[in-house]
Design a protein around this ligand. Structure first.
Ligand code: SF4
Length: 620
């Protein structure tokens, strides 16, 4: 039986190790601290955003240079964790340095600098006063957290240590406790309820037995059968506002030239609502995604709750940049949330992730609320490839979203994923074709497919022509063999058609580089305005089509042509167009569309048509 929370007194320290983005507090720490403070009132919870102190010591550019690459970042603390293997960590680190990087080139000096910060910090904490230390471990934080745990245990071996977070959340993460005996407890899913219950379990009077260990918490002795015992909040309605005070206290202590205006993480939901089954009914959601291992199902906050949180955090910390941490923004509430945020009357700068089927009307609402940068799950510009990924959108939908971002001056910081297993020449050729039409819009960033632990591609590897999966070979450079073999890490290695993929996607890589250059050139020519735009003259349209280092082409569309062009501002199937323009024969309409496609003024897919030029009226 758990203790009465009002009777529990004690101290807990929650730590976020390097290398998350330094310019924002840790959302897991902020959320956990607020929850513990609300549910166990006499418990003193401190959140240590330790990564900020490391960033300050290294210099922000250098920190960012390290944190940008997962293996580079993990190598630094590997050298501290296993000094006898530091040469292997160093070779992994230096192997990631390419021309133009901003990471420190002198690995040993970097490691020493980081160690100095940690030594200093460890010396300032009163470890004897704590009842529990908790680590939230996400991408790039594995070796750093393990090193810190080993240091803490060397000072006070009996101090209980709990870890959780996205890096160790799936069923296959339980091996962690075996290979790192310093870790006493592992929270396998969402942290709030298990952590509160664990504190009650630890601080309450004995007897404490395995039998009364809270759900969602594993120890060395837990036997994990089928499925791990998640214990998450049934709703997010009552979650308190994340507490970021500790982060801002650290920041306030920096010298004036090291202080900056931080970005506030907020969340409107947990999990992902995109649960459509793939065509063979084997899995749900996107084939490459393992972002949601921490949650079961999808839960959202109420729009008013999100709006209040935004207002509270902005006023408390007096900054105006926000980032929504949602894996999939709650599309049904998005209109109300952003209307409400706009109603706050603040000049916000907001980042959020979105799915590509977001409507232009919603994008406009978001822009009015302050959304200026988004990341959309574009991933591919080939409809068959998008189907293999189970994205549930077509190339034409992706182009449409890219166009609407361009017209609203929303920075579309999205990715094009190369080398997806099972992609073929058709996918590559489709992509090359679509890139001819995407050239007017902000270029996507290329990323190479990586195999995520427990993603559908990982679970159904054979279906994606993957013969075998194993821990990524780089792990053997970070950890001794016995450790590398004992834990399943988030990034997996695989044997499949990788070589063939790399060869066949080379033409796309080249075209992507060309796109970057040409877009930059056209941006200079247009002084940052869209490279393909139209002005509306009522009975006619004037289209300006820019080309890099060439004269601008001008097109005039009149009468029905102008109407058809306007009508296809979103993808329209020909049958729908023919219905709307019943006085005209479908063949005539199609012939007009074909003439537009030839000039790259429209895109077509399966008799569905999209106008590519951006209305100037929206860009003002
Ligand atoms: S990639 Fe995004 S949309 Fe797709 S399953 Fe993952 S979280 Fe959901």
């Amino acid at each position: 039986m758990s203790a009465n929370p009002t009777k529990i007194r004690g101290r807990v320290l929650l730590i976020s190790a390097p290398w998350p983005l330094f310019n924002r507090p840790s959302l897991p720490l902020g959320a956990l601290k607020a929850y513990l403070s609300a549910t166990i009132p006499h418990l003193k919870t401190e959140a240590c955003h330790l990564f900020l102190q490391v960033a300050n010591a290294l210099g922000y550019t250098e920190y960012q240079g390290v944190s940008r690459r997962v293996w580079r970042a993990e190598a630094v603390f590997s050298a501290l964790l296993y000094p006898e293997r530091a040469d292997q960590a160093e070779s992994l680190y230096t192997g990631t340095l390419k021309r133009g990087h901003s990471a420190p080139a002198d690995f040993q000096r970097l490691v020493q600098q980081v160690k100095n910060v940690i030594d200093d910090w460890i010396g300032r904490v009163d470890w004897s006063a704590l009842n529990l230390v908790g680590f939230s471990i996400s991408f790039c934080q594995v070796t750093a957290s393990l090193y810190l745990i080993s240091r803490i245990k060397a000072i006070r071996p009996s101090l209980p240590v709990v870890v959780g977070g996205s890096s160790f959340s799936g069923e296959r993460s339980t091996g962690l406790l075996k290979v790192f005996p310093h870790i006493d407890y592992l929270v396998v899913g969402e942290g709030e309820r298990p952590l509160a219950a664990l504190l009650q379990h630890l601080i309450a009077p004995p007897p404490r037995t395995l039998a009364n260990l809270p759900q969602g918490v594993l120890t060395q002795d837990t036997r994990v059968g089928e499925g791990v015992p998640f214990c998450q909040l049934s709703r997010l309605d009552r979650l308190p506002v994340p507490d970021y005070d500790d982060y801002f206290e650290i920041l306030a202590g920096f010298s004036a030239e090291r202080r900056f205006f931080a970005t506030l993480p907020v969340e409107a939901s947990r999990g992902c609502w995109w649960r459509r089954q793939d065509t063979r009914g084997r899995f749900r959601g996107c084939a490459f995604c393992n972002l949601n291992l921490q949650w079961q199902g999808y839960r959202t906050k109420r729009p008013n709750q999100v709006i209040r949180e935004v207002d509270h955090l902005v006023q408390r910390h007096q900054v105006l940049s926000l980032t929504f941490a949602d894996n999939a923004f709650p599309i049904n509430h998005a209109g109300s949330i952003f209307d409400g945020v706009r109603g706050l009357g603040l000049d916000l700068s907001i980042f959020t992730e979105l799915r590509a089927n977001t409507s232009p009307a919603l994008l406009r609402t978001m822009k009015q609320a302050g959304v200026d940068t988004i990341q959309v799950g574009i991933e591919a510009l080939s409809t068959p490839l998008l189907a293999k990924m189970n994205k549930g959108v077509r190339t034409i939908d992706n182009l449409s979203l890219m166009k609407h971002c361009e017209s609203l001056s929303i920075v579309n910081a999205s990715n094009l994923m190369l080398h997806f297993p099972d992609s073929d020449d058709t996918d590559v050729n489709d992509t090359l074709h679509a890139l001819d039409f995407a050239r007017w819009y902000r270029p996507l960033k290329t990323v190479s497919f990586w195999l995520g632990l427990e993603s559908p591609v990982h679970r159904f590897a054979r279906r994606f022509h993957i013969q075998s999966v194993f821990n990524h070979p780089n792990l053997k450079k970070l950890f001794p063999e016995s450790v590398a073999a004992g834990v399943r890490f988030m990034i997996q290695g695989y044997r499949g058609d990788r070589k063939r993929q790399q060869k066949s996607w080379r033409s796309v890589e080249m075209k992507m580089r060309q796109w970057q250059k040409e877009y930059a050139c056209m941006q200079r020519q247009t002084r940052g305005k869209p490279a393909l735009s139209f002005r509306d003259g009522g009975l006619f349209l004037l289209i300006d089509q820019h080309f890099p280092d060439q004269a601008t082409e001008r097109h005039r569309l009149t009468g029905i042509s102008a109407e058809l062009y306007r009508y296809c501002h979103i993808p329209r199937p020909l049958v729908q167009v023919a219905d709307a323009f019943a006085a005209h024969r479908p063949e005539q309409i199609r012939a007009f569309f074909q003439s537009m496609i030839k000039k790259r003024l429209m895109f077509a897919e399966d008799d569905c048509y999209l106008s590519l030029a951006v209305p100037v009226s929206l860009t003002r």
